[in-house]
Design a binder for this molecule. Structure first.
Ligand code: ASP
Length: 350
């Protein structure tokens, strides 16, 4: 393969906030300033052989770095736009992000940056850069190394020595350094000693080859709760579901159902779903189980979902399914096309 013409360009590092760059304040940890000097200072402490393997980079910070618990779809859109407008000047992009909603942003970026022809690597840290024993430096180093690999052409998450497909990730631990997993997809790569490797046969080649065809729809109309997430529990009532689905501001919903795709045998509940679908709301179902997918209709208890025209989310994570609903609803598509695209794997999310 000929080297792509952009490999000699620097990597762009975008700092959006999160624990990685936080410093203590009177109210607890909060985003700190001077991030470029702090990151460069930390990297300068690596052994020379590891420093020599790092790509050149330019670091930019968003205007107001945040704790990622404050992020909403408009933030995903702003970040997607920023990357789309500058990515051609760089060999790859690293996004430094808070871990709490990192998987949501990575999933959303994957839909927005379809056809990406170079790496976008999202990372963060469980401990601030300057904290003793922090994971931040290792994660930044890992992300920079992967962001310089031209054969990687998708949105990924680099964390705790591993590379994961962005749209397949979840934050699965609230304390451990190894806080991310991709429950229904194998890891794309790993750090082994001083090498960062990509595994063959993980769909890297089929992912996103060809000319970028970014889709950057306006998410602002959906940022105020236009897509909701409803997790079933034993005893759930139709009126409770209706309180959300019946609201005209709600245009899409993710339903987290039992096991392989089952719901309570309550005709009223199915009626609420069917009415909402009939009104053109985009409703999808995934499993509450952390691993595995849904195949509604396998059990009689799943027939209601089929009758109500609820879409199968297959093995998608909640993050991948919700951000896909937002992405599809933000575009001027008719109902049939939205449903078709939801059921089609767009970027390896299902
Ligand atoms: N609350 C922080 C954030 O998501 C947590 C972290 O970065 O680890 O911004």
């Amino acid at each position: 393969m000929n080297e792509p013409p952009f490999v000699d360009r620097p990597v762009l590092v975008l700092y959006t906030g999160g624990t990685l760059g936080m410093v203590p304040s009177a109210e607890g940890l909060a985003p700190g300033g001077d991030i470029e000097a702090r990151v460069r200072h930390a990297l300068a402490g690596l052994p020379p052989s590891r420093q020599a393997r790092l790509p050149r980079f330019t670091l930019r910070s968003v205007d107001v770095p945040i704790d990622s618990s404050a992020a909403n779809p408009s933030d995903w859109q702003r970040l997607g736009g920023l990357i789309a407008e500058s990515v051609r000047e760089y060999s790859g992009v690293v996004v430094l992000h808070g871990t709490d909603t990192l998987s949501w942003t990575a999933s959303s970026l994957a839909y927005q940056l379809q056809g990406l022809d170079r790496p976008v690597v999202v990372t963060g840290a469980m401990q601030p850069l300057e904290a003793e024993g922090s994971d931040a430096l290792d994660n930044i180093e890992l992300a920079l190394r992967y962001a310089a690999k031209p054969e990687l052409q998708e949105v990924t998450v680099a964390f705790a020595g591993r590379l994961l497909r962005g749209v397949r990730t979840r934050k699965t631990h609230s304390e451990a350094d190894d806080a991310f997993a991709s429950p229904n997809y194998p890891v794309l790569g790993e750090r082994i000693d001083d090498d960062v490797i990509l595994y063959p046969g993980r769909g890297l080649e089929t992912q996103q080859r060809g000319a970028p065809r970014f889709e950057l729809p306006d998410y602002s109309a959906l940022a105020d709760g236009g897509v909701v997430r409803f997790v079933l529990w034993p005893g759930v009532q139709a009126w409770q579901l209706d309180a959300w689905l019946g609201d005209t501001r709600v245009r899409g919903a993710l339903l987290e159902v039992w096991g392989g795709g089952n719901v309570p045998p309550d005709p009223e509940l199915i009626g609420v779903l069917a009415r909402a679908s009939g009104e053109g709301k985009l409703i999808a179902a995934i499993s509450q189980c952390p691993i595995g997918g849904v195949a509604p209709g396998h059990y009689a208890a799943g027939q209601g979902l089929l009758q109500a025209n609820v879409l199968s989310g297959d093995t998608m994570t909640p993050e991948a399914a919700m951000t896909k609903l937002v992405h599809l609803l933000a575009q001027p598509l008719d109902d049939q096309e939205r449903r078709r695209r939801f059921l089609t794997p767009l970027i390896g999310e299902r």
